[in-house]
Design a binder for this molecule. Structure first.
Ligand code: NAP
Ligand code: HSE
Length: 423
């Protein structure tokens, strides 16, 4: 019998308890051992809980960490504290830890992996990136013979749901966000989803594994989707693109480029087929070529699927075969200003002679070549101009836009969005 404790009995915690019961037979046959939830930690003892945890609920972590029969602590509370302290105490006490907490892994991974190694226990975190999609272990095991060159992912279900609703149903951002909250995809504070911080934590974890160097989430250049307008989605479609919030990491010699930004993706790109709350990751390895992982990146049972598999891996790892930190490089993160890409720009300008030539002059001065220019609607003397550049360093575009912003004929630089031409 393997005794475990589950910290947190919310969406994921209750899914884990239910899944351990639902697939009890298969799990114990595959493991050659039974998994028993001995204790469950919650915040509010007054809340009604499932009969599956009757007599096991506590609000005192000491009852768990001091219990020598508990072999695995499964942290599903979320947030930084007290979860971080509990994880550390569990590792120090010689217990394996399984967690779905991307905030903690992306910020404190190094310290925690060192602690796990020091105490000869495992720290597993498959569910912290893309919920039910297997990605951490496939990267560390099945793709271990490769040098990963590039990762592109849709790593946040809430924003992908919102963008799909805006694209397919013409719904406004606010309406689509309210729906995402009702469906339970959004974090308790959806700012982390819509501003891109949730995806930044996930790409920090994936790029650390891919490039064997510690990348923390504060190093990820991040833009959210909260400024996107339905007009951009419409114009993008006319130009042959779909807008997605893409987490991207790329290796350049001794630097890593890492970002979460909305991108106009070529409609033929595999990530354009990823809709609603689904997540996907496209990896490029120097031996395997391109591989794609797709599935549910959030939700009770999909996330529980990854957590329970980690519990089983922790049981197996008790006889050795632990997956410790693989960050043996110390690569710098590339200055986002040096990142080269094409850009889509939407401007609102006074509809007067010479305005376009001023704009193209500022672009030319900064060595920016334009691939497409359209004048869209004109109303009450204001014209809307849409441009697509050729590939250019971001800092050149920023300098050109600063000059353009200063012209009195410019009413607004409404949108600046990256473009990925490759399919
Ligand atoms: P949740 O529904 O908000 O549940 C949190 C649980 O933790 C609740 O049972 C709460 O207790 C308990 N808790 C919170 N603070 C506590 C404290 N100080 N002491 C003891 N218990 C405490 O969260 P969730 O959606 O399941 O997410 C859990 C973790 O999984 C997070 O790290 C999240 O990012 C990650 N994750 C979630 C999903 C998803 O689809 N939801 C997917 C992938 C990863 P009470 O019940 O008493 O309030
Ligand atoms: N809020 C997250 C998302 C859920 O929308 O993808 C799990 O990470």
């Amino acid at each position: 019998m393997v005794n475990i404790a589950v910290l947190g009995l919310g969406t994921v915690g209750s899914g884990v308890v239910e899944l351990l019961k639902l697939n009890e037979d298969a799990i114990s046959k595959r493991l050659g051992d039974e998994v028993c939830v001995k204790k469950v930690l919650v915040k509010n003892l007054e809340k009604k809980r499932s009969e599956l945890v009757e007599g096991k609920v506590t609000d005192n972590f000491n009852e768990i960490v001091e219990d020598e029969d508990i072999m695995i602590v499964v942290e599903l509370m979320g947030g930084e504290e007290p979860a971080l302290t509990y994880i550390k105490q569990a590792l120090i006490s010689g217990k394996h830890v399984v967690t779905a907490n991307k905030e903690i892994i992306s910020k404190h991974g190094k310290e925690l992996f060192n602690l796990a190694e020091e105490h000869d226990v495992n720290l597993l975190f498959e569910a912290s990136v893309a919920g039910g999609i297997p990605i951490i272990r496939p990267m560390k095991n099945c793709l271990a013979a490769n040098k990963i060159e590039k990762i592109m992912g849709i790593l946040n279900g809430t924003t992908n749901y919102i963008l799909t609703q805006m694209t397919d149903e013409n719904k406004s951002f606010d309406v689509a966000l309210d729906e995402a909250k009702i469906e339970g995809y959004a974090e308790s504070d959806p700012t982390d989803d819509i501003k891109g911080f949730d995806a930044a934590r996930k790409i920090a974890i994936l790029s650390s594994i891919a490039f064997n160097t510690r990348i923390t989430s504060d190093k990820v250049y991040t833009e959210g989707i909260d400024k996107l307008d339905l007009l951009d989605i419409e114009y993008a479609k006319e130009l042959g693109y779909l807008i997605k919030l893409v987490a991207m990491a790329k290796k350049h010699e001794d630097k890593v480029e890492v970002s979460v930004v909305p991108i106009l993706l070529n409609k033929e790109h595999p990530l354009c087929g990823v809709n609603g709350p689904f997540n996907a990751i496209v990896l490029e390895g120097n031996a395997v070529g391109r591989v794609m992982f797709y599935g549910q990146g959030a939700g009770k049972m999909p996330t529980a699927s990854a957590v329970v598999a980690d519990i089983m891996a922790a049981v197996r790892s008790d006889n050795g075969n632990k997956l410790y930190c693989t960050c043996y490089n110390e690569l710098d993160v590339m200055d986002p200003g040096l990142s080269r890409t094409q850009f889509y720009i939407r401007l609102r300008v006074k509809d007067r002679p010479g305005v376009l030539s001023k704009i193209s002059g500022a672009m030319a001065e900064n060595e920016i070549s334009l691939s497409k220019v359209f004048q869209k609607h004109t109303m009450n003397g204001t014209a809307e101009i849409v441009m697509v550049t050729y590939e250019v360093p971001f800092k050149n575009l920023q300098e050109a836009l600063e000059e353009i912003q200063a012209y009195k004929q410019i009413e607004e630089i409404a949108s600046v969005i990256r473009v990925e031409e490759e399919s």
